[in-house]
Structures are given as C-alpha cells and as structure tokens.
Design a protein around this ligand. Structure first.
Ligand SMILES: Cc1cc2nc3c(=O)[nH]c(=O)nc-3n(C[C@H](O)[C@H](O)[C@H](O)COP(=O)(O)OP(=O)(O)OC[C@H]3O[C@@H](n4cnc5c(N)ncnc54)[C@H](O)[C@@H]3O)c2cc1C
Length: 465
C-alpha cells in the first residue's frame, strides 16, 4: 500500500510523517495498516486549541476514535494569526517559542520553515526618572540597579510567598521603579505584579527563557496548525460549548448547547478561566485537591495590540521600551521579521489590559501616542502618525476569558500536576494551565502529549484485565 493511501486508511494526514514514523515504517506493502490499539470506546476531547488538537492527533494516530467538541468556530484557541495588516504575519495570541526543545519547534523544523531568534543584538530602553535610556546608561543609578537585581533574583527567591509587588516593596525598592518591574514581569507572567505569587512564579518557563525566544520568520503560527491538524477538522464539532460532564455512569455524558455526546473517556482542555468560572458542571463535582489547585491558579485580562507608524522613531535596533504610564512595555517587531520595522507590539495584562479594554480604537491610538510622546520627548507624534491598529481582547472572547494562567500567592508547580491528574482513568485534563510550562504553547503541547500517553496506557491496562 502506498504511503498516502495508508495515511488515509488510518485517518491521519499532514502530521503523520512528523508524529508517527514507527507506525509508517511498520506498514508492509501487502497489508493494510490496522489501528495500533483496538479500542471500542470513543474519547471526547473538549477544546480545539494546541492541547486538544495534539491529544486528539496522538490518539487518532493510534487508531482510537476521537470526537472533538469546540465552543468556537475555528481551531487554534489562543493561536490566532492575521495576514495583510503589516509586512509580517501578525500573531494576536502566541507568537514566540520559548524553548529550543519545543515540541512545536520540531514540527516547524520538519516543515523546513525559517525561524529566527528574536531580539539577539538589539537593546531595550528603560523610561525612568523622565528619561528613556538603555540599561547600560542606568548602571550608576542605585534604584534602577536594585530593581534589575530584584528581577534577576526572583528565580532564587526563598522567602515567604507574597505577590511580586509586595516583595519589591518589602525589599525597599523605590516606587519609581515599580513600572519597570511591571513591564518586565507582566510580560513574562501574564498578569499584574500585584497578583502573581513570587514563589510560584520563580520557576516559570517564561522567566527562565529570557533571550532564547524563537519566532517564525514568514509563516503565521495558525497556518502551521491548519497544516498539521487539518486531518482532525472533520472530527471537530464547532460552536459546541460543553455545559456539563456527568461521569457517574459507565459512559460519560456530555451536555452542550448543540446536543448531547457520550464517550468512554473525556479530555478537558478548556482554559483555566472556564474551569474556574464553573461554566462546565461536573457530576460528581471535581475532587477537592483539584478545586484547591484551581483556587491557586489565576488568569487575568490580556490585550494584544499592533500599531503601525509612518516612521520608526524609537530606534531601528531597539527591542523593548519599558516604563510607559499607559503601557508598561512596548516591543518593536524589529528587522528580523519586519522589513519596514515600523510596528510596535503591545501585550498588556490585568489592570493595564482592563484600562485599554474600555477605549475605542481612536481613543487607544491617541492614548498610545501621548504615552510614547512622554517617553520619546514628543517624537511619536512629530511629523508622524499611527497608520494602522489591530487589537485582540482575549478577555472578551467568551471561550477564553483572559490571557494565560499564572500562580497566585500560595501556588506552586504542584498545582499544575494536581490539575493534570486524571479522575479514575476516565476524565483527563490538559491545556497550558495543567503544565509546569504554563502560559506557553510548549506547555499546552506537552500536556496534550501526557494526556494521550496516559489514555493509551490506561486502555492497554483495561484490555489486559
Ligand atoms: C496574548 C497572548 C500571547 C501569548 N504569547 C505566547 C507566546 O509568545 N509563546 C507561547 O508559547 N505562548 C504564548 N501564549 C500562550 C499560548 O497561546 C497558550 O498557552 C496556548 O495556546 C494554550 O493552548 P490550550 O490548548 O491550552 O488552550 P486554548 O488554545 O485556549 O484552547 C482551548 C479551547 O477550548 C475551547 N473551549 C473553551 N470552553 C469550552 C467549552 N465549554 N466547550 C468546548 N470548548 C471550549 C476554546 O474555544 C479553545 O479553542 C500567549 C497567549 C496569549 C493570550
């Protein structure tokens, strides 16, 4: 049997060569491929984001019947790309890969797509005490040096747990540096410094990945999803929002706004905001340890904005601008992926995002211009203007309701492990919030991989009994 025909028979498409080399090489010419696992049940996957799609892909590749329920009308979840706004694909959700060992990076490399390290050789500007200067020019300023040292030492923090802002206050940092801390921390952790717990945050992948972020040079991240997971689309029930999961009986009963479904196992990959909002009723309710873990994980508003200018006034070689009153960090898209290099990206979370949410696009443009004018001494609006703005408010997407998960005070990586635990080898959990690499695509993929492996192990155990 030829390779393409074999792929069709076992229900896998573009991703096969990437995920299943062993299955394909074991397929002899004179025999049809059979499912690796002969399982009569159906696995229901809830959510068609990175975690749900990867779980489904791994299960389908083993011949397991999978049905995907997705509340929205598209696959990708917090991956969303836009072409045509700028001279590069705009990523309204995930854009950077945080690790060289990324499962997703391996997929990208298998497609021979060009990736670029972001920010190598560029420098950041710190707006502080009324001046916008690179870090090197602030090295004699005690308050600035103390703030940077505080940030650098978060990963080795060993004191009592508290918010990062509280910790900054307790070590006596001058309030003038709080905005710099906000810019550097919020971007890494996806929330305000007065919400995130320092003990839980210290192991965050996003903190430790500084300097090795990798971006696709030309291709939208969403396109990779469409290519890799295209074969799963026929299994997705779109606009199907799960309202309850009843796992009291032998079959698990799932109610949605679009009818009822039954499965022998279910994988829940919805954002933690949805789990915390009780939008899905679990019968019986989730076990106490899981509820406790959930209470220690937060998710706040997130807004991503891209602003195009007539000209680049911040500097061709600038990576980030920290310390704005309105926006604590601006990121210059930069020459690695934008030839014109005239676009700034804004990624704000929590209170800063809430402040932007209420503004119309026109008011937002004016507010950004005056924020940047303050930092750059009027240069933002001098013979210059914003020629385009695109905004994604993730909190207003009712199926996402925020940015990504972060540890609250008292939280630790153990909460992720508890949240990921399955219930009786029937109800499984995946998604970025269930991974110690939370807040990342890598974490979402890893969680999907673990859920799929656990399901496969449990099915094999059940069959051998
Ligand atoms: C602004 C922003 C920037 C980011 N930047 C990066 C980055 O640079 N690098 C990086 O690695 N990561 C980044 N991330 C994080 C990354 O996008 C996420 O970690 C990852 O995409 C999460 O995948 P997931 O499958 O866990 O969840 P999602 O992608 O959220 O998928 C969950 C799915 O569940 C669906 N759903 C919700 N409720 C229901 C229901 N009741 N019934 C059925 N379906 C439901 C949703 O519609 C959604 O499609 C960013 C995220 C945001 C928001």
């Amino acid at each position: 049997m030829d390779r393409r025909k074999a792929l069709k028979r076992i229900g896998i498409g573009a991703s096969a060569g990437l995920f299943l080399p062993s299955l394909l090489t074991s397929c002899k010419d004179d025999e049809d491929p059979k499912p690796t696992i002969d399982y009569n049940g159906t696995v229901i996957v809830i959510g068609a984001g990175a975690a749900g799609l990867y779980t489904a892909d791994l299960l389908v590749s083993q011949g397991i019947d999978v049905v995907i329920l997705e509340a929205g009308d598209r696959i990708g979840g917090r991956v969303k790309s836009v072409r045509g706004f700028a001279d590069f694909p705009v990523e309204l959700g995930a854009d950077l890969l945080k690790s060289q060992n990324s499962l997703f990076l391996q997929r990208i490399q298998a497609f021979n797509l060009t990736t670029v390290p972001v920010g190598a050789g560029r420098e950041s500007i710190f707006f502080f005490n009324g001046q916008a200067l690179p870090a090197a020019d602030w090295q004699n300023h005690t308050d600035f040096v103390a703030a940077q040292s505080f940030i650098n030492n978060i990963s080795s923090y060993s004191g009592e747990d508290k918010t990062i802002l509280q910790a900054a206050q307790d070590v006596g940092l001058d309030p003038s540096v709080y905005r710099l801390i906000e810019g550097q921390m919020a971007e890494s952790l996806g929330t305000d410094s007065n919400k995130v717990g320092i003990s839980g945050a210290k192991s965050s992948t996003n903190l430790s990945s500084n300097g090795v972020d990798i971006a696709l040079a030309n291709n939208p991240v969403e396109d990779i999803f469409f290519s890799v997971f295209n074969h799963l689309v026929e299994r997705v029930n779109f606009n199907t929002s799960v309202t309850s999961i009843d796992y009291t009986g032998e079959e698990i009963l799932i109610e949605t706004n679009n009818g009822s479904f039954q499965g022998s196992k279910v994988v829940v990959t919805v954002p933690v905001s949805i789990l915390k909002s009780n939008r899905i009723l679990f019968v019986p309710s989730l076990p106490e340890p899981k509820m406790t873990a959930l209470s220690r994980i937060g998710m706040t508003s997130a807004i991503k904005v891209f602003v195009k200018f007539n000209k680049n006034f911040w500097g061709q070689n600038v990576l980030k601008v920290f310390g704005g009153n309105l926006i604590p960090v601006y990121t210059s898209i930069g020459p690695e992926i934008s030839v014109s290099n005239r676009t700034l990206m804004i990624e704000v979370f929590g209170q800063d995002a809430d402040a932007l949410r209420v503004l119309s696009d026109e008011d937002l443009k004016s507010a950004i211009l005056s924020d940047l004018d303050q930092i750059f001494d009027g240069k933002a609006s001098l013979n210059n203007d914003i020629t385009g703005l695109i905004k994604m408010d993730w909190a207003s997407d009712e199926n996402i309701q925020g940015g990504y998960s972060y540890p609250l005070v008292g939280g630790s990586d153990n909460d992720r492990i508890v949240l990921a635990d399955d219930i009786d080898a029937r109800v499984y959990f995946a998604g970025e919030a269930t991974s110690v690499q939370y807040g990342t695509l890598d974490g979402a993929f890893e969680s999907g991989s673990i859920a799929a492996q656990n399901i496969i192990t449990h099915i094999k155990e059940e069959k051998s009994q």
